[in-house]
Ligand binder design. Structure first.
Ligand SMILES: [Zn+2]
Ligand SMILES: [Zn+2]
Length: 327
C-alpha cells in the first residue's frame, strides 16, 4: 500500500511521510525532531522505520529538524550538493580569524581557566563537595573550549554533521528502496530548489511547493498523477493589504517567491490534465491566506471542467497532520 501523509505544511514547517512497498521516506524535515516524531505517531507512522530523509531546499521551514532527526534515526539525507552546501553555510557561518586574533582568544581562554582554578582553591577550603564538583565541571568546559580553538570541531560538536549524505541532481531520477523520485527544478530563491514526482507501486505523486510561478518544465512533470500536492500560498489581495513589509511582499510575489491561490487555480484550469484522484493545496500562508479562499479558487478552477469534479480537494495545514491518503 502507498501512504502519503502531510505532517505539516506552511512557513512554520513542512514535512511529509511517504510509504511505498517496504520503504518509508520523510520529505523535508521542517519541524523539530520531537514534533516530527509526535506527528508521525499521531498519523500511525513509526519514526523508527524511516529509511531516508529527502530535502527539497535549504529554507528553514524545510530543514529545521534535519540534523537532529537524521542523527537520531541514523538515516541518510538526500539533497542536491548545492542545497547541502547552502544548509551547511547556514548552520556554520565561517568564522574568519587572523593569527593575532587567534592568539588573543587562546590567551583569554587560558586566563579564564586560571581564574576558575583560583575559584576552585577557595571552594576547596570551604570543603563543599557539591561546589567542588561544579567547579571541576566548569574547568573541564573551559579546557574543552580552549582545545576547540586549536582543533576542528568533532562530529558531535559540528552542527552540520550527518550520519550519511547522498546527492541527486534535478532531471536525474533516483531510487530509495521501493520508491523512485524524479526531482525537477523549481523557480524559488534558494540555492538549488526542487519539486518531485514520486512513484511507488505504480502510483505517481507530484510535489510542488515553494515556487514563484509554474514554468513549462514543471507543467510537463505534473501530468498523469494520482496525487498532486500544489502550493496555494497567498491570496493576492490579502498579501497586498497584509502586514508584511513591502520588501517581503515583493519577494513573495516575485518569480522566485511563492505561488498564489490565483496562480495555482490558473494552472488547474488551463494546464492540469485532471487525472489526480487527490489534489492537496499546500504551504498556505497564515498571514496572507484563508483556507476558504484557497479552496474556493481551486474549486472554481476545477468546476470549469466536468471531468475534474471527481478530483478530491484537500488542504494541508500547519498545526496538525492531514489524514493519510492511501492507494
Ligand atoms: Zn517553504
Ligand atoms: Zn522556500
Amino acid at each position: 500500500m502507498v501512504r502519503f501523509t502531510v505532517l505539516a505544511s506552511g512557513s512554520k514547517g513542512n514535512s511529509t511521510v511517504i510509504t511505498g512497498g517496504r520503504t518509508r521516506i520523510l520529505l523535508d524535515a521542517g519541524l523539530s525532531c520531537r514534533e516530527l516524531f509526535r506527528r508521525m505517531k499521531l498519523a500511525g507512522e513509526d519514526p523508527g522505520t524511516l529509511d531516508a530523509i529527502v530535502i527539497t531546499h535549504e529554507h528553514q521551514d524545510h530543514v529545521n529538524g534535519l540534523a537532529v532527526t537524521a542523527r537520531k534515526l541514523g538515516v541518510p539525507v538526500y539533497f542536491t550538493e548545492a542545497t547541502h552546501r547552502a544548509w551547511m553555510r547556514w548552520l556554520t557561518p565561517r568564522r574568519q580569524m587572523t593569527y593575532a586574533q587567534w592568539l588573543e582568544a587562546a590567551a583569554a581562554a587560558r586566563k579564564q581557566a586560571a581564574e576558575r582554578q583560583s575559584g576552585a582553591d577557595v571552594a576547596a577550603e570551604a570543603e563543599e563537595p557539591e561546589v567542588l564538583a561544579a567547579v571541576e565541571a566548569e574547568e573541564a568546559t573551559a579546557a574543552a573550549s580552549e582545545a576547540s580553538l586549536q582543533q576542528p570541531p568533532s562530529r558531535k560538536e559540528d552542527p552540520a554533521w550527518l550520519p550519511a549524505t547522498e546527492y541527486f541532481q534535478a532531471g536525474n531520477p533516483f531510487e530509495i528502496g521501493d520508491i523512485s523520485l524524479n526531482p525537477f527544478t523549481i523557480p524559488h530563491d534558494a540555492a538549488d530548489p526542487v519539486g518531485f514526482v514520486i512513484r511507488a507501486e505504480g502510483v505517481r505523486m507530484g510535489f510542488a511547493t515553494d515556487l514563484g510561478y509554474i514554468p513549462p518544465n514543471v507543467k510537463a512533470q505534473l501530468k498523469g498523477l494520482a496525487l498532486l500536492l500544489l502550493e496555494s500560498n497567498h491570496d493576492l489581495e490579502m498579501l497586498r493589504d497584509g502586514p508584511y513589509p513591502w520588501s517581503v511582499k515583493q519577494r513573495v510575489l516575485s518569480r522566485v517567491g511563492h505561488l498564489s491561490n490565483e496562480a495555482a487555480a490558473g494552472f488547474l484550469e488551463s494546464a492540469y490534465d485532471g487525472q489526480a484522484t487527490y489534489i492537496i493545496l499546500a504551504h498556505l500562508s497564515q498571514s496572507n491566506n484563508l483556507p476558504e479562499l484557497a479552496r474556493l479558487a481551486a474549486e472554481r478552477a476545477l468546476s470549469g471542467k466536468a471531468s475534474l469534479l471527481a478530483n478530491r480537494l484537500l488542504l494541508a495545514g500547519q498545526d496538525e497532520p492531514l489524514s493519510s491518503v492511501c492507494f
